[in-house]
Design a protein around this ligand. Structure first.
Ligand code: BDR
Ligand code: CA
Length: 311
């Protein structure tokens, strides 16, 4: 039986690659994709989600527009990396399909209320999931797992912030949403910069050329949206495809259970995740996640290539 998933994302080049992998997987049943403000505003994120699904031949997958801003903070986008259109200024055009008329967090609650064993995979800021949880915490009893791309936990030498020296983008954008969730008791698998900034997993020029040579429809979309960033930077981190690959094969990542608290301050420390070395005192801002500390880079690249070469 395919695994039932809900995706929460802000496409975003690497979100789009993760979506293409999911769309091409026969092991996943995508119940819906919820867009969120993040790398680009929510209008753009919704359009990009619809367009990528359409191009992947999966226009039937329902898309739900989510939050237009983080819970408390002002939105900080990431267009300098992802392009003004969020997809590497690749000129993919507009979708011919529309999102459904249900607010993203409401869809999450409805899906959890009517389905069992659902996994949520989040590759964007966590606002929608926090709103859904605050609205209906009891619905999360049927959640199998929440897998997020977010944070860094000081577990490897690659734990270096990508917004400030101390914080990762998805958590930096909405640290309050992250705090709502890691204090909730939900089983959270957190895939952080500790593993996604391992250079063995980067899309570099060689891998880019290999993808181009695959000559499949989906691989062509991947090379279109990464062309600009590869020519300008020479490499691109695959944070979100790594996170998605764990759903396809759990052998890609290893996790360690941690007590954490996140900084809600403004300035440099916003989104910084403090990891407690021993069992901390009971305090309301402290909670738990399982954070990834090891990646099988070869396995990840195999999964990526397999899933973009199928069509
Ligand atoms: C995360 O931030 C976004 O820019 C990427 O899409 C990824 O989800 C990495 O910090
Ligand atoms: Ca993302």
């Amino acid at each position: 039986m395919p695994r039932k998933i809900i995706l929460n994302m802000d496409p975003g080049i690497d979100d789009a690659i993760a979506l293409l992998m999911a769309a091409n997987s026969t092991d996943l049943d995508i119940l819906g994709v919820v867009s969120t403000a993040g790398n680009v505003d929510v209008d753009r994120a919704t359009r990009n989600t619809l367009r990528i699904l359409e191009l992947a031949g999966r226009a039937e997958v329902p898309v739900y527009r989510g939050s237009s801003a983080p819970l408390i903070k002002d939105l900080v986008t990431s267009e300098e990396i992802h392009g003004r259109d969020g997809l590497g200024d690749s000129g993919l055009g507009d979708p011919s399909t529309r999102e459904r008329g249900v607010y993203g967090p409401k869809f999450i609650v409805n899906a959890l209320d009517t389905e069992s064993n659902v996994t949520i995979v989040s590759t964007g800021p966590l606002t929608n999931i926090a709103v859904a949880f605050l609205y209906s915490p009891e619905s999360f009893a049927s959640l199998d797992q929440l897998v997020i791309m977010g944070g860094m936990y000081g577990l490897t030498g690659y734990s270096i912030g990508n917004v400030t020296p101390y914080s990762e983008y998805n958590i930096y954008v909405d640290p309050e949403a992250f705090m709502v969730l890691y204090r909730s008791g939900i089983d959270i698998k957190a895939v952080g910069l500790d593993v996604t900034q391992d250079p063995r997993t980067y899309l570099d020029r060689d891998l880019y050329n290999e993808i181009k040579n695959l000559n499949t429809h989906v691989a062509r979309i991947v090379s279109m949206i990464t062309r600009r960033v590869i020519s300008e930077r020479g490499f691109f981190e695959l944070h979100d495809p790594i996170t998605l690959s764990y759903i396809i094969d759990s052998g890609v990542l290893k996790f360690r259970s941690l007590y954490i608290s996140v900084s809600l301050e403004n300035g440099y420390s916003r989104g910084y995740i403090h990891v407690f070395k021993s069992r901390p005192p009971k305090r309301s801002e402290i909670g738990r996640v399982d954070a990834a500390y090891h990646i099988d880079a070869e396995k990840f690249i195999d999964i990526l290539m397999d899933h973009i070469s199928r069509r």
